[in-house]
Design a protein around this ligand. Structure first.
Ligand code: AMP
Ligand code: MN
Ligand code: MN
Ligand code: MN
Length: 281
């Protein structure tokens, strides 16, 4: 059975609309699907109408940016009530904080010899705000400053690179409480993608996540090898956490890389799955 609990639309830093994502999921024979835009779930309602028509089971989703020990950590929320006004308001405030950050990214890139990248990123996003690092990357590629997404990230925009300006997002317990208060469950996104500070490792992050009430780990992910999936599946079991999986699909543009919706392996059987905790099986 095909599933995918991690995708982005143009509501955040993807290039397809929420409706186009659901149509693509359907074409790829995905049965269970969640759109997880950064700090925003406003794409859900339009997507749900089409999902219902096509028979795709669409679960509400969001990927919240948090800060832990100075590092950005992504928390996925699923199965919450999309009519929860307080949750929507809290996320709106987070998106608002991107405005000032986008100017700072622009300034760093200007100092590196790339002028007017915020205006460029805004053209790419077809809006003034919120702007993500992905929009800056797309503009850098368009201008021929970088050949592809990987290069734009590795040279300039990935965490630790000059244009990844410091920014304080929500705290982990805060983000998890927003999700729980709206009736959802919280998963730690792509646990192997973080470059944690000296002296801290993934087990420390997981301890903080559990202390904050977190429910599960994103064990299956586009870039995870079978060995990494095994490792995370064991870690989830040991810590009494459920498991989920997703492609983190952002775009159908060839220069951007990534895998297609639904192109991920099945969830390991030995764990409690997201299906189980959301009552989907
Ligand atoms: P932002 O929310 O503006 O900080 O942008 C973060 C987004 O940039 C992530 O959600 C990814 O889509 C992309 N991104 C950041 N770092 C990397 C990386 N090292 N490799 C690939 N994509 C990245
Ligand atoms: Mn993204
Ligand atoms: Mn992420
Ligand atoms: Mn993502």
């Amino acid at each position: 059975m095909k599933y995918d609990f991690h995708s982005h639309s143009l509501v955040s830093d993807g290039n397809l609309s929420p409706i186009e994502l659901v149509e693509r999921a359907f074409k790829n024979k995905v049965e269970y699907y969640a759109i997880t835009d950064h700090d925003d779930f406003s794409g859900f309602n339009s997507a749900k109408v089409v999902a219902d028509k096509l028979g795709v089971k669409l679960i509400s989703g969001v990927e919240i940016s948090t800060t832990w020990c100075g590092k950005t950590i992504h928390i996925l929320g699923y199965g919450f009530n999309v009519e929860d006004k307080k949750f929507a308001e809290n996320l709106e405030k987070m998106r608002y904080s991107r405005i000032e950050r986008a100017y700072r990214i622009n300034d760093v890139l200007t100092s590196l010899g790339f002028p007017d990248t915020l205006v460029g990123a805004q053209k790419v996003a077809k809006r003034e705000h919120p702007i993500s690092r992905t929009h800056f990357a797309r503009y850098m590629i368009q201008m021929g400053y970088c050949r592809n997404f990987a290069e734009s990230m590795n040279k300039y925009l990935a965490d630790g690179k000059p244009a990844a300006v410091p920014h304080t997002w929500a705290e982990i317990p805060t983000a998890i409480s927003w999700i729980h208060n709206a009736g959802g469950v919280a998963f730690l996104a792509h646990p192997l993608r973080y470059k944690l500070p000296e002296g801290l490792d993934l087990e420390d992050l997981i301890a903080e996540f559990i202390k904050s009430g977190g429910d599960g780990l994103e064990v299956v992910y586009a870039s995870h090898s079978p060995r990494q999936i095994d490792y995370l599946s064991d870690l989830a079991l040991k810590n009494n956490l459920a498991i989920s999986g997703g492609s983190d699909f952002h775009t159908d543009e060839a220069t951007m890389g990534g895998v297609d919706i639904g192109s991920i392996s099945q969830l390991p059987k030995k764990n409690t799955s997201i299906f189980r905790i959301l009552g989907l099986d």
